[in-house]
Ligand binder design. Structure first.
Ligand SMILES: O=C(O)CCC(=O)C(=O)O
Ligand SMILES: [Fe+2]
Length: 325
């Protein structure tokens, strides 16, 4: 295990991996893998999203969340266990907690174009808000761009783990990934919310990797191994890419799903909004998360029982309060 304690998350350039220059590519693989063995997070530029796309996405996301609660709630369907459409204020809580987070969000899922892929029947249809007609197009464009970036990050991870570069390709094809625009809403009366309520309580992400837009705004922190919380500092043209629990499980803890949180602003700024858009990259439900043989050694014995991605997700949705047993 890498024992370095970093003061900030490393910055990488996806253009190095995509360059076709073997040296640049190998350097990217090494830096990414080293970061994922220590802090679990990197900041990444040249991810493929243009400034215009990002601006349009935020405009649409802001338009949607500024609709009245009753309108937003008409896009909420509890039968879908929060997997599509709107999820209202305070509905989700971190694993092991009961107090809901101070956020509302919207889930856009995989659109399967291939009629021959039976996985099409596993996914509920997306829900589109008619009040913001361009939301459909802008969120799907973002989905596809981040999915393509995520595939390359997984290729780099595969190389780092001495697996074939294409190891994850078929596992994430038409995978169960989710784009989640989040609104951390203004708090008019800080005394009226539960004392322990926060924007996003500390948690690890469920999925293989997360690609996060908008983390440059204040509030996101990661828990370093020595117990110190480190603020994330990403530039406007960077996204943040971190390891989730599924990848940690697959690698028997070699790659680290680092605990992170979004803290509340100081009391005088509680009255302001924060927006972010994570893309949670999931594989197909049938992918096995059984520890890779190469990651099980006498010094690092197998830590967890075998499980599929679908079973693991199901357990978590119950623990997060989004799905009934
Ligand atoms: O809003 C952020 O910056 C992070 C959100 C997050 O960690 C999550 O939704 O899993
Ligand atoms: Fe997260």
């Amino acid at each position: 295990m890498d024992s370095t304690l970093l003061e900030e998350i490393p910055s990488l350039d996806l253009a190095d991996f995509r360059s076709g220059d073997p040296e640049r590519k190998q350097r990217f693989v090494q830096q990414l893998g080293d970061a994922y063995q220590s802090i679990g997070f990197v900041a990444l530029r040249n991810h493929g999203l243009t400034e215009e796309q990002t601006t349009q996405l935020y405009a649409d996301v802001k338009s949607f969340f500024s609709l009245p609660d009753e309108v937003k709630q008409s896009y909420e369907n509890p039968a879908l266990a929060g997997q599509r459409g709107y999820i209202g204020k305070g509905k989700e809580h971190a694993k092991g907690r009961n107090t809901g987070d101070l956020k509302e969000f919207y889930h856009v899922g995989q659109e399967v174009d291939d009629a021959n892929d039976p996985i099409k029947n596993e996914y509920p249809d997306n829900i589109w808000p008619k009040e913001v007609p361009s939301f459909h197009q802008t969120t799907l464009t973002t989905y596809k761009t981040l999915e393509a970036a995520g595939k390359d990050v997984l290729r780099a991870i595969a190389l780092y783990l001495n697996l074939p570069e294409s190891y994850f390709d078929d596992k994430v094809r038409n995978g169960n990934s989710i784009l989640r625009p989040i609104h951390y809403f203004p708090i008019e009366k800080p005394d009226a919310v539960p004392a322990d309520a926060v924007r996003a309580a500390e948690h690890g992400d469920i999925n293989l990797i997360t690609l996060l837009m908008g983390a440059s705004a204040d509030g996101l922190q990661v828990l370093r191994r020595d117990g110190k919380w480190i603020a994330i500092t990403a530039l406007p043209d960077q996204i943040v890419v971190n390891v989730g629990d599924m990848l940690q499980r697959l690698t028997n803890g070699v790659l680290r799903s680092t605990i992170h949180r979004v803290v509340n602003p100081p009391r005088e700024k509680m009255n302001s909004s924060r927006f972010s858009v994570p893309f949670f990259m999931h594989p197909r439900s049938e992918m096995s998360l059984a520890a890779l043989e190469s990651c099980v050694t006498p010094e690092n014995p197998k830590q967890e029982a075998d499980i599929t991605a679908g079973e693991f997700l199901n357990e978590r949705l119950i623990e997060l309060g989004l799905k009934k047993k």
